[in-house]
Design a protein around this ligand. Structure first.
Ligand code: NAP
Length: 329
């Protein structure tokens, strides 16, 4: 039987809010959320009650957050209580030792008792502890075996982050190839978001047992370049479109919506055939128009961006040619 997923979403930014909304649309109830406005003590309780920790926080905070808050989860304390208790019982039980062990067993029953095998081992260890006073050395040995079985059945919560560039030994990366704006989306959109998952991560169905999103694997070595390309295509093109909309509205006194169709058609053409979608003076090699465009952008920070494209274009074109020849041969 599969483990019931209990998610803990860390953060309250865009991705966290969209995930919470996605979960609520899917009627997933087994999740909680924590962000920095809540006490750290609450975080500890939630961590102990979760088996999937989703770190929806800024990239550079992910590893420090794990080091500070997630590596000392209560599980370790309770395993230690069982280990120490067992060692003490071999030399003679004390009421305190038994109480500590009972407390640890109660903790595991609450937080790790959702797999039948765990439940059985925890219950058996409880029984062995109860009858210990009359059971002598053999009883202590039996308890030791039960404790080992509990430890084997424990699973550390799976940690998942959403960064497209971070490669970490502390959490698996599952990057939603999507942009999450201030407005929430309808269910159909969330269901279709593809996730780019670290190659060595467990199956998607184990990371997110309640989700059935399309997903692909990416070698960890390729992640940095993959993310650089996502940033250029998504974020940098956004800057360029913002510049057009703002200039139409503020500089030329034209409604920014006048460009809506241009944007939609550009996206449609790319989706229909990204290889033939490029038009304009660069594609045509129209040097006179390029020179005029550059002159018109004098004293505008976007002149440098235009210039960079002009300078990079011969190499980009060369790459495209080589690619075409490779495919033809
Ligand atoms: N937005 C997107 O379109 C998108 C797309 C794909 C992947 N991602 C990835 O998703 C993750 C979250 O991005 P986001 O867009 O949701 O970011 P965001 O809207 O800027 O929110 C960042 C969140 O991180 C929290 N945070 C920052 N430093 C923290 C710390 N030291 N300890 C605890 N929490 C901390 C912030 O908490 P406070 O509110 O307390 O400051 C906030 O809740 C990132 O890894 C990002 O690369 C984002």
């Amino acid at each position: 039987m599969r483990q019931v997923p209990k998610y803990l979403i860390i953060g309250n930014g865009r991705v966290a809010r969209h995930f919470v909304h996605y979960f609520s649309l899917l009627k997933i109830k087994q999740y909680s959320q924590w962000d920095r406005s809540q006490p750290v003590a609450r975080l500890k309780e939630l961590v102990d009650d979760s088996n999937r920790i989703l770190l929806a926080i800024r990239d550079d905070a992910i590893e420090p957050f794990i080091d500070e808050h997630l590596s000392t989860a209560k599980v370790c304390e309770h395993v230690q209580a069982l280990n120490q208790g067992y060692a003490a019982l071999q030399t003679g039980a004390s009421a305190d030792t038994v109480r500590d062990m009972e407390r640890a067993l109660k903790f595991f029953a609450g937080s790790h008792g959702d797999l039948p095998a765990n439940r059985k081992n925890i219950a058996n260890a409880g029984k062995a502890l109860e009858v210990l006073p009359g059971a002598g050395e053999a009883g202590v040995r039996r308890l030791g075996l039960k404790i080992d079985a509990i430890k084997k059945g424990l699973r550390a919560p799976i940690r998942i982050h959403f960064s497209g560039s971070l490669v970490s030994k502390k959490a698996w990366g599952a990057h939603p190839l999507m942009t999450f704006g201030p407005d929430l989306y309808p269910l159909e959109k969330y269901l279709s978001i593809p996730f780019v998952v670290d190659e060595k991560a467990p199956p998607f169905s184990e990371l997110f047992p309640s989700l059935h999103n399309p997903n692909v694997r990416l070698n960890e070595r390729q992640k940095a370049k993959y993310h650089a390309l996502c940033v250029m295509s998504g974020n940098f093109s956004c800057l360029l479109w913002q510049k057009l909309f703002e200039s139409l509205s503020e500089e030329f006194g034209i409604s920014p919506h006048t460009a809506d169709m241009y944007l939609r058609q550009q996206a449609d053409n790319l989706l229909a055939n990204y290889k033939t979608a490029l038009t304009g003076p660069l594609a045509r090699g129209d040097q006179a128009t390029i020179a005029k465009n550059l002159k018109a952008l004098d004293h505008d920070p976007f002149q440098g961006i235009y210039q960079a494209f002009v300078e990079a274009w011969p190499s980009i074109k060369q790459e495209k040619l080589k690619d075409r020849e490779r495919k033809a041969s």
